[in-house]
Design a binder for this molecule. Structure first.
Ligand SMILES: [Zn+2]
Ligand SMILES: [Zn+2]
Length: 154
């Protein structure tokens, strides 16, 4: 791309099976990187879809949550940069896409990680997954609630 005329662009598909962000695992990242040469440098326009592998905060089941992100980043040619904060194209022309994806995917991570909107969680006594089963303790909780209600009656 260095020696191509201004205005040239091309699209490059990028895929990662696994991308680690701190202690998080991003799976099946599928992305298209559109690289355009401008007067200032190389403009990267990126769309990406991936699955966040995580656990439900209530029932601890392993889940995959879809992530989707769109961003662009301009890498200036070294001879043209003026501000220190600008991204400069490295001398070897190699752009670290991994850290770009990390930087932007972190922004779209879901705050509530639930297997389903109304996940029932785990029994606090035996740890049974209450989405899948009703344990004896749940029955007890319910019947003692009934007792209280009956006692409250005048
Ligand atoms: Zn759950
Ligand atoms: Zn239980």
């Amino acid at each position: 791309m260095y020696h191509k005329p201004i205005g040239t662009s091309r699209e490059v598909p990028v895929e990662f099976e696994i991308l680690e962000i701190d202690d998080l695992l991003i799976n099946q990242l599928r992305s298209v990187v559109r690289i355009s040469k401008t007067r200032e440098g190389l403009l990267l326009q990126i769309t990406a879809d991936a699955d966040l592998k995580t656990t439900c905060v209530r029932c601890l089941k392993e889940i995959f949550q879809p992530l989707s992100v769109e961003f662009e980043e301009l890498y200036q040619f070294p001879s043209r940069y003026r501000e220190k904060t600008d991204m400069i194209l490295p001398d070897d022309g190699f752009i670290d896409l991994n850290s770009l994806y990390r930087e932007y995917l972190i922004l779209v991570l879901p705050i509530k990680r639930l297997c389903q909107k109304d996940c029932l969680g785990l029994c606090v006594v035996c740890g049974a997954n209450l989405n899948e089963t009703v344990c004896e303790h749940q029955a007890e909780v319910r019947s003692s609630a009934d007792v209280i209600r009956r006692e409250e009656l005048p």
